[in-house]
Design a protein around this ligand. Structure first.
Ligand SMILES: [Zn+2]
Length: 511
């Protein structure tokens, strides 16, 4: 007796169709699983057997071979429990195979037969829809996520027993709630709450407009983290395609909140400096996305940049350049997108007080040099905007009352959106100025006569490297876009040059 049930297996961000076959053969009773990793296979066997028994079904008393095809696909995890269980029920005559024709099923089974949610369901639902599946049976807790894919009937259930009852028409499927948007996990603070720091605020506006990677240098308490956290509130909202892509990444990483819907706000990710290379960029035997891809279409904030291990930061270079991370494995190569805004923050020296009028720095020249040499090099080179933030003097209470609030995020976001629209209309692929190929941007970097003069002086005077020089041009182009100007004027170029504080001082900031 042979029985089949359709399922799916995650490969990177995508899901691939899997066929679960069950064969009952004469011989000693036992359940043999083929095509599933050793540990996952052993665990699935125990769960499925207990779930069947505790749901009141018969467990076959013969030799049972369960095979997950295609065999060469590496499969891991508990999401195959449900199709295995259903195929077993069909093989033993406890379930009519016609009810499951063209139907896919995924879900982890608890020992009591309860259906538990699985990660990556959005990817599975999209694959099922592409393959023309009639419906997808999912754990109740995954129902809302499945409903994000329009046009595919989602059949959610709380238990194996409910799946059988609903297939037989004796009970209704759990209602799949309409797809709602995920709430912003951590609200982005408003720029109105940032006091002073005019240079920093302006840098945020430019960074958000052109997606220019940003470095914030300043003493403790000057507001580096607050500034960075304001950034997602300045970025344009995600469109439907971007929202689906980002939600799928978070789903595959197992981070989508239960009953969570579409993530529509740009994400803000802030990994600790002790994190591993795999946690930061992604990887593993069965590759999963890391912080880099979780920040796709949003902000990756690396606080205390100098404390990150050099080799961990080195992993960022290639994907930052191309906007996609490729991971080669023996049997497959997977790709995780990572178009994002990188923000690094660091103290100006190990003690943190260099350049602060309130306290002397105790580090000394040699220690400061060492500190900056750890940061400099290829990654620092990719940070278009480098900003020195001054220490903020404590504001007196009556002073606070006198000062009006600073400009709120909404006004800045409007300018950002307009500048971005100019870039989208002009740059190939609709890319921002920070990410488009320099060859494509150069024709739009025509310098006005006065700007040409300033350019010659600064390239010689600051001894800018070719790479730094092109960074300055990119930033100047974004400033001109914010100014709604076709040409690069001297004023745009002059402002762009103020964001290269590290170039000017041989990789050492000077306040
Ligand atoms: Zn110091």
């Amino acid at each position: 007796m042979l029985a089949f049930c359709g399922g799916a297996c995650l490969s990177g961000l995508e899901a691939l169709p899997i066929l679960v076959e069950v064969d009952l053969a004469p011989g000693l009773p036992g359940l043999q699983l083929v095509g599933l990793g050793d540990i996952s296979g052993r665990e699935a066997r125990e769960r499925v057997r207990s779930a069947l028994r505790n749901s009141g079904f018969r467990v076959p008393q013969t030799r049972v071979v369960v095979s997950l095809a295609p065999a060469q696909l590496r499969k891991e995890g508990p999401s195959f429990d449900l199709p295995i269980g259903l195929a077993l029920l069909m093989a033993t005559g406890q379930l009519d195979p016609r009810w499951l024709e063209g139907v896919w099923a995924v879900g982890e089974l608890g020992l009591d037969g309860a259906l538990r949610p699985v990660r990556g369901l959005l990817a599975v639902a999209r694959a099922a829809q592409r393959a023309g599946a009639r419906a997808l049976i999912v754990p109740e807790a995954n129902g809302r996520e499945g409903a994000l894919v329009g046009g595919l009937p989602i059949w959610p259930a709380a238990s194996l027993r409910q799946v059988l009852e609903a297939l037989a028409g004796r009970q209704a499927w759990s209602p799949a709630a309409a797809a709602l948007d995920s709430a912003l996990p951590v609200g982005s603070p408003d720029l109105a709450t940032v006091r002073g720091q005019l240079h920093g605020r302006r840098a945020l506006e430019i960074a958000a407009s052109g997606l220019h990677h940003l470095l914030l240098v300043g003493p403790p308490g000057c507001g580096k983290t607050l500034l960075a956290r304001c950034l997602p509130g300045l970025l344009p909202p995600l469109n439907q395609h971007q929202a689906l892509e980002l939600t799928q990444i978070h789903s595959v990483a197992g981070l989508l909140a239960e009953q969570g819907g579409l993530i529509r706000q740009p994400p803000f990710r802030s990994p600790h400096h002790g994190c591993s290379g795999v946690a930061l960029v992604g990887g593993g035997l069965i590759p999963r996305p890391g912080e880099l891809s979780l920040a796709h279409h949003g902000v990756l904030f690396l606080d205390e940049l100098a404390e990150f291990r050099r080799e961990v930061l080195d992993h960022l270079r290639q994907p930052l350049e191309t906007g996609v991370l490729h991971l080669a494995r023996a049997r497959q190569t997977v790709s995780f997108p990572c178009r994002l805004l990188l923000v690094g923050a660091t103290n100006p020296c190990p003690c943190g007080w260099w350049g602060d009028p309130r306290r002397p720095c105790r580090c000394g020249e040699r220690l400061r040099r060492q500190y900056w040499s750890r940061l400099s090099g290829p990654l620092l080179d990719r940070l278009d905007l480098q900003v020195m933030l001054p220490a903020v003097a404590p504001v007196e209470l009556e002073d606070l009352a006198q000062h009006p609030l600073e400009e709120a995020s909404a006004g800045v976001a409007l300018r950002v959106q307009r500048a971005r629209q100019r870039m989208v209309a002009r740059n190939p692929g609709g890319l921002s100025n920070g990410q488009v190929e320099m060859e494509a941007l150069r024709p739009h970097c025509q310098l006005a006569p006065k700007a040409r003069l300033l350019w010659r002086k600064s390239v010689d005077g600051l001894a800018l490297t070719a790479r730094s020089a092109s960074r300055v041009l990119r930033v100047a182009r974004t400033i001109a876009d914010l100014d709604d100007s076709e040409r690069l004027e001297a004023i745009h170029l002059a402002e762009a040059l103020t964001y290269r504080c590290l170039d000017r001082h041989q990789s050492r900031p000077t306040p």
